[in-house]
Every structure is written in structure tokens, then in C-alpha cells.
Design a protein around this ligand. Sequence first.
Ligand code: MG
Ligand code: ZN
Length: 223
Amino acid sequence: MSVITIERKVLEKNDDLAARNRELFRRHGLFVINLVSSPGSGKTSILERTIEHLAGRVPVGVIEGDVQTDLDAQRIARLRVPVVQIVTNGGCHLDAKLVSDALERLSLDGLHLLIIENVGNLVCPAGYDLGEALKVVVASTTEGDDKPLKYPSMFLHASALIINKVDLLPYVNCHLAALKGNALRINPSLAVFETSCTTGQGIAVWADWLVKKVQAVPAPVVR
Ligand code: MG
Ligand code: ZN
């Protein structure tokens, strides 16, 4: 009973801070996505391909969340976009406070898109609002087609699903129609994309959808 109460208080405090982040993003005319998945689904690779596709069109910044190391931030920095690494030191999700602290190390001026790569985990990131406009969940074909059934909350809270590593479909035990069907039964409004970061398949379709979202954001009130 007391555990439930503490958890609720933690989440309420998080929601307050997330609202503050969201207001900051609004004032900067910034579109923000929270990229979530289990470890190894290819979030950082999708980020790299997406940034390459948006180069010269959309100024993008990145916040990387990892349990240890800044290896992912190093990969993003090679693409010459502003990036800040959050190391959670064992923490299994990002929260609004961690993002707020990271924002002190990232200038939002001139950015139109901010991508927050969450810690690889399909459980608690579903419950922690960071102030993002929407969550995007990545599920790779190597994980099989039952992830939406096992982690429904994440798929319910997401606005888009990227099915990654579709080039491996002939070699893995994953049926694309089953994966899509399982996800859409939980959340019929999910926008679904199919990508391969190895072949580049589907990256343009996904990135162009993202550009439309960015373009729909009202102009900044500060800058
Ligand atoms: Mg990563
Ligand atoms: Zn967690």
C-alpha cells in the first residue's frame, strides 16, 4: 500500500517537471520525440540514418540516455549535431528531471527537432513523461513478433512504431503481419514504419513523416 503511494508521488512530481520541459519546448518551437525500445533494437542506428536524411533540412539536437558509457553520444557527435549524454548509472529509464538537467548543457536556439533516446527498456519508460510531443517505439524483427503482447503499455503510449531490421526477416522467427497486428490491436492509431538501417529501406518514409510533424509546430516565442 505505501509502495503504491510513493510511486504515485514520484510520478506526480515527474509530471510537473515534464510539463515544465514541455512549456520550454513550446516556447522554442521545438518538436520533441522520446525514442523507446528494448536494448539492441537499433535506436541509435535509426537516429544516425534519420539525422543523415534530415541534414540541411531540419536542425536537430539529441539527448542520449544510457545506463553506462557515452558511446552512443560519440556516434551522434560524428554527424555534427549537438548531443548531450545522460548516464543513469544503473537507472533503467529517463525521467523529466534528468532531461531538464541535460537541457542546461544543450542550447535549444535554432533547433527544430529534439530526439531523446531513452534507456533500452520496454517497461518503465512508458510511465515517465519527459515533456515530449510523442513517443516512438522501435521493435526489431530479431525480437520476434510478440513484443507488443508482452509490453502492451509501451505500445499503447506510443504514437508511432518503427519495425527495424526488416532486411533480416527471411532469417528470423518473426512474422511481419503478426507483429503489426499485435501492435495495432493494442493501439489502432499507431503509425507503423518498416526500416532497415543496413539497406536504408524505409528511412525516407519515416523521416518525411517526422518532417511533417516538425513543420506543424507553431513558431517559437523566444529566440
Ligand atoms: Mg542506443
Ligand atoms: Zn525504470
